[in-house]
Each structure stands twice: as structure tokens, then as C-alpha cells.
Design a protein around this ligand. Sequence first.
Ligand code: ATP
Length: 585
Amino acid sequence: MTRTDPEPDQARAADRLLRDCVRHSAAPGAAILVLSTLGAATGLALPAVLGRTLDLLLSGRPATGWLAACAALTCLLVVVDALDGVLTGTTNARSTAWLRRRLLRHVLAAGPRTTDRTPPGDVVSRLVGNAAHAGGAPAALAGTLAAVVTPVGGLVALAVVDLWTAGAFLVGMPVLALLLKAFVRESGDSVARYQESQGEIAARLVEAVGGARTIAAAGTARREQARVLEPLAALSAQGYRMWRVQGRSTAQAAVIVPLLQIAVLAVAGARLAAGELSVGGLLAAARYAALATGIGMLVGRLNGLVRSRGAARRLAGLLAVPATAHGDATLPPGDGTLELRGVTVARGDRTILAGVDLTVPGGTSLALVGRSGSGKSTLAEVAGRLADPDAGTVTLDGVPLRDLPHDVLRRAVGQAFERPALLGGTIGGTIAFGAGEPDARTVREAARTACADDFVRRLPHGYDTPCDEAPLSGGEAQRLGLARAFAHPGRLLILDDATSSLDTVTELRVGEALTRQAGVRTRLIVAHRAATAARADQVAWLDEGRVRAVGPHARLWHERSDYRAVYADADAAADEGTDRPAHDD
Ligand SMILES: Nc1ncnc2c1ncn2[C@@H]1O[C@H](COP(=O)(O)OP(=O)(O)OP(=O)(O)O)[C@@H](O)[C@H]1O
């Protein structure tokens, strides 16, 4: 579910983002402003020229030049309008692309923290839909500014034609101003709620699509459909509210605007009768009154700006998740000793890890063992700096992970997960995916070590098979994840449940390959099987976020019945088919 961020901070951040976006599109924005203003000026000049032409024609004087000016101004209007349309479209596309790139960079730099706060579907909805709305801001702003030119110019021209007519118009102005103010306030609120409901639906939809197998197995498709569409009622209510606000403002404008025009015309008529105004002057006054009341049309323009601002607030919510900062320390040569000191991790009100102290000597292996939910994956995350602890430090060969530059950190630490994401385009690319570019030989060697080479070579195009043409079992995907970790040499290797889907024989072979890395790499392995723990040099037994004991598996097994019970529980859970929380990586 979407969590609401602190309001004022987010509003300020949204305004900053919009300012940056407008600055980025300053040149095309200025061109739109110039074009729109030129269009407005042409529209303003046309009534005067028409009025003058009419006066000349009525008095029987030659008016060819003026008629040609009328035609030229009309053509100019058409050309300006067309150019404005093209420029607005390309500016919207450019600034949307800029926003999406900036957001995507930030979301990826923030890592898993983004989806801790915002569900993946909602993140996608913000990057796709809301970025497009916010990207419309530069053109909307230029258009709104230019839209002000016409009514203001119309009013000034009205005053030039006849001061009394302008006076009549000004009497009704405050009512129009109040109308616009109320529109912006109410419409802003409904737009924000509408976009929030859209994000919620997107989040639920992504969950449902990802969980299609579970839904089919549970036979809950109808219930799921209802759950996905539950925010639809709120969405619809806000949609109607938006239309009501716009409809009401437009209707109010539709009443006020003609009344104002009639008032101006009445005054102009009286001035004509008094001989103070010509017939052409009356025509011009009527047209300028129409242009001046075009301020009512600002409702539509403002609507675009309001929508951009609402969307920018949702984007600012993503930017509020801080990106992981990296230092510039050097990592001295070392054997890969990993040390955790007083590591504490809290999630909401819960303490997941409570002051964990742990040392994994360089080149040795340590199995993390404990009941489901005891904090093993969380510890693996902080050990590989996928998350930072709330307190305490994690060091590699004496250097805090926080102080290491990004590329140094990622070259030094290899990781594999329970459900690896296949992001390399092809199978070979997936194994090579990461810091550095391992060559084809290294990729094959790593695949052999991870027992993946056989099945990869049986694929239609072997290592060049595109991932989306290679449906893989859970165990095959895990072997690719392991191969990826093996293909990137580093001094620390972290395996978080990365062999859980392998059959016993394959797991044994991978386990032996890991053992052969003794003295080469430090290995931190989240283990559920006793055999995996037995192969490790040491076991750290975690219980409710604390280290309960550290020692060789054989000793703990021999001495502690409660340690043996951890595996009994794991086996019982496996027998019952109990799902552990999955980690998608
Ligand atoms: N982002 C989060 N927000 C809130 N709670 C979380 C978050 N991540 C993990 N937890 C909770 O922290 C606890 C420890 O989770 P963790 O995944 O580290 O356990 P684990 O020992 O690896 O479990 P398993 O063996 O089942 O994979 C769990 O109770 C989990 O619900």
C-alpha cells in the first residue's frame, strides 16, 4: 500500500523538481512562450485591423492594404498555431524523458530501499504515468503565461479603444479571479487523490500478475480481481470530482463571461450613440471584450499545471528515498576478513538485528543458520551493503563498506540470491552481468562450476539464447545466479539461500566448488540444510536477530539439542510445503 510522505517537504521537493524540469526545457519553453505570445498578439491585432477595414469600407474609402493585412494576420495565426503544437509535443516528450532518466537513476541508486516504501507497481506507475504529466509542466507553464497575455492585452486594447468600456470590464474582474482561485485549490486536491488511487491499482496489479500461479492454485481469481480494483471506487469518485470542479468552474465562467461582454457592449453602444465611438470602434471593443474575458479559458490551462504539480509530488516521493552514498577510501590488499560490530537493523518498530558482532576470517566460510525470520537475509544484505545498518559498522579488511567507492565495493563482493533476476539479455550476458566484463571462457568456466553448463548448452542458442526464450526452472535460474557470482572474482562471496532449489547431488557439487575456494575467497552462506552448514568452517546461529552461538556445525550439533531443532523445524516446514518469505533479486 502507498505510504503518504510528509506533506510540506514533499510539496517543496515537487516544486524544486518542476523548477529543474522547466530549467532543463528553458529554450523550447521560451520558444513556446514566444510563439504563443505571437499568436496572442496576432489575435489581438486582428480585431483592430478588422475594425479599421470595416470603417474604411463603410466610408467608401480604399481598403485593399487593410484587407491584405487581415488575410496575412489570419495566415500567421494558423502557422503559429501549427508550430506551437509541434513544439509543445516535442517539449513534453523531452522533459518527460529527462524526468524519467533522473528518476530511474535515483531509484536504481537507492536500491531495495525504494520498494521498502513504495510497492513496485506504484513505482512503475510514477515513472510512466506521473512522469509524463509532470513533463508537461514547461509547455503548460509557457502556455499559461502566454494565455495571460491575450486577456491582459485585450483589456489594455479595450482601454485604448475606449476607457469607459475597460472600466465596465474591470468591475466584473474580481468575480473571475475568485473563480480561478477556487478552481486551482479544489482541483489540486482531487488530482492528487486520483493519482494516488491510480498508483494503488498499479501496485496491486503487479502483485497479482507476479502471483498468478498462487492465485490460480488457490482459485481466488475473482477475489483477486476485486482486490486489484478495490481503489477503483475512490478513483472514480475523484475523477467525477475533477469533472465536477472543472464543469462548475466552466459553467460559472460561461455565465460571468457573457455578462461581462454584454456590459462592455452596452457601454460601447452608449458611447456610439453619444458619438464618442465609431462603428469600427464598437466592433473592436466587442472583440477585445471577448479576448479579455478569455481569462476564463485559463481554467483549462491551469488544469494542466495542477496535474503536473500533483504528478511531481508523487515523483518527489521517490526522490525522498536517499540514494546510497559511497566513499572514496582505498581497499588495501587483504584476505577478505569480514567484521560486523554492533550491527542493528530496525524495520518500522521492529528490531530485526540487535547489536550483532561477528567476524569471518579471510578465506574461510561461515554458514548463517537460524529459524525462518531470524534475520539471516537481513544480515547477508548488510554484509554485502545492499542495506546499511541503523547502528554499528561492517568492515571488509578493516575498511567500512560505507567508505568504499561503488565499483570497488561491487568488485570486492559477489552475491547470489534465492531467486536471481535474469538481467543480461542472453544467458551468457546474465552470467557476465555485473562489475567488470568477464570473457566467454570465464563465463563458461563459472557456469561449469555452478553446474549450469550442461543445461545451457542444450538451449537452442546455447549461451547466446535470449533470456525470454529460455524458460528456466527455479534450480536452473539459481545455477545461473551462482555462475554470475563465480564469474566475478572478489574477496567476499555472499550466498543468500542461493542453493535452496538445487537437487541434493547438484547442491553437493556446488558445495564442493565452494569448499575449493578456501583461502581464496571469504564465503558467507545462508543455509537451511545441515549438510551445507556442515561444509562451512564455522556456523553463526541466529535467533531473533541475535547471534546465539558461533562454532563448527559438528560441535553445535553434538552439544545443543536446540540447535538440532532448527533443522528439524526447517525439515518439517519443507515437508508441509510451508513457504518461506521469498527474496526476488
Ligand atoms: N523491509 C522489511 N520491512 C519490515 N520487516 C522486514 C523487512 N525485511 C525483513 N523484515 C522482517 O525481518 C525478519 C527477518 O527477515 P529475514 O528475511 O532476514 O529472515 P530470514 O532469517 O532470512 O528468514 P528466512 O529463512 O525465512 O528467509 C522477518 O520477520 C521479516 O518479516
